[in-house]
Design a protein around this ligand. Structure first.
Ligand code: G6P
Length: 404
């Protein structure tokens, strides 16, 4: 597999590959990611390391050389996009978290109402769907029963269903109106990692595509986000090279009973994902809150030494939210908690309040989850190892939950 930094292959209108800044992955290379550990101790570690390439593979062929997006493969669902009045995202587990992040992006870029719901609840609710509703079903395996049943329920009510999936030909894409594959390659570790990052990438592509098609936001702004998304595999690589502090901090917390995660805006679903990873892998009690809700109850949980992981919004992109989160960190620390802070590099305002500071590269604020999730994956991996758990096959879990 060839992965060269600083260039990305996109296709022109005639389907010819063109290199631009970002990453280069040859189309043929998509297939050769094999299901062996390739020298890594665990599949999960390998799959975390594969994320720059996995994300590049999701982008491949979909970002054209002129900056326009090509999602024609998803037809016929996307053909009717101009008639879409509402988006409903359905998914389970980690895929649901990708949907929660997508909502912020879709509503902001496209000015379309977007609901996100766990698939198992969605189909037992009298949700209001019609031909102008686009349902996006996100499923790595393409076979989670709750999501599949929700797809059937949505189609029975006349909604169009677009699947985001990693397994070609699996039941959910087969039963949907259209599908966009993530091309992350096989994921063996039970806890989702690279499939999550590629689902996010696919959601961003759909949001930006809708924005280009419907043109509610300034075209310049959308073009600039597309350019940043095209170059994001390089940022993912950067994060992978800077994970030592998070690994060290995780090892020191093997005896902690509880870990809390706080975030705001897109950082909130990232916090949910961090807590889920920790439950799945380290079998620890982990809970995530929107930082704004913390004072409305959960703050009573704070005690000396309690680890609290905080996702800090970009100081430039979201200055108001950023400052609020910094105040929360101060408040949490004043009550003796141990703060593990994930913040944009160069954000000096958090340093004095951080017991551990993990820096991530600056990216467009809505894209931040692509880089900010990685330290949380590694945090859970390292804690699971420290506890002697089987990281690739955590107890009681299966890769996909079929049956109710
Ligand atoms: C299981 C897995 C999770 C996954 C969820 C949804 O619970 O353990 O890692 O996020 O199913 O799976 P899907 O294949 O539909 O994305």
């Amino acid at each position: 597999m060839e992965l060269r930094a600083n260039s990305i292959t996109v296709t022109d209108h005639d389907g010819n590959p063109v290199e631009v800044d970002g990453y280069h992955v040859d189309r043929e290379d998509r297939e050769d990611s094999t299901a062996d550990k390739g020298g890594y101790d665990h599949f999960m570690l390998k799959e975390i390391a594969e994320q720059p390439r996995a994300v590049a593979d999701t982008l491949l062929g979909r970002v054209l050389a002129d900056g326009r997006l090509n999602l024609d493969e998803a037809r016929p669902a996307l053909e009717e996009l101009h008639t879409v009045e509402k988006i409903v995202i359905i998914a389970c587990g980690t895929s649901h978290h990708a949907g929660l992040i997508a909502r912020y992006a879709i509503e902001h870029w496209c000015r379309l109402p977007c609901e996100v719901e766990v698939a198992g609840e969605f189909r037992y609710r009298d949700s209001i769907l019609d031909r102008r509703t686009l349902v996006i079903a996100i499923s790595q395996s393409g076979e989670s029963t709750d999501t599949l049943m929700a797809v059937r329920h949505a189609r029975a009510q006349g909604a169009k269903v677009l699947a985001i999936c990693n397994v070609e030909g699996s039941p959910i894409p087969r039963e949907s109106d259209g599908v966009l594959y993530t091309y992350a390659g096989p994921e063996v570790g039970v806890a989702a990692t690279k499939t999550f990052l590629t689902q996010l990438t696919m959601c961003y592509l759909i949001g930006l595509y809708l924005a280009q098609t419907r043109e509610p936001k300034s075209a310049d702004k959308i073009d600039s986000v597309i350019a940043q998304l095209a170059a994001i595999p390089e940022k993912v690589e950067e994060v992978l090279g800077a994970l030592d502090p998070v690994r060290e901090s995780a090892r020191s917390l093997a005896d902690a009973g509880t870990v809390l995660f706080l975030g705001r805006h897109v950082g909130y679903p990232v916090a949910l994902e961090g807590a889920l990873k920790l439950k799945e892998l380290a079998y620890m009690h982990a809970e995530a809150f929107a930082a704004c809700e913390f004072r409305h109850g959960p703050i009573a949980l704070l005690e000396e030494g309690l680890p609290v992981v905080v996702m800090v919004p970009s100081p430039k992109g979201h200055s108001v939210l950023h400052d609020r989160v910094v105040s929360t960190i101060q408040e949490v620390r004043a009550r003796g908690a141990r703060t593990i802070v994930i913040a944009e590099e160069g954000d000096e305002s958090v340093r004095p309040h951080s017991d551990v500071l993990i820096e991530i590269p600056a990216v467009s604020p809505l894209l931040q989850p692509i880089v900010s999730t990685i330290p949380l994956q590694m945090f859970a991996y390292e804690l699971a190892l420290a506890k002697g758990n089987d990281v690739d096959r955590p107890r009681n879990l299966t890769k996909s939950v079929t049956g109710e």
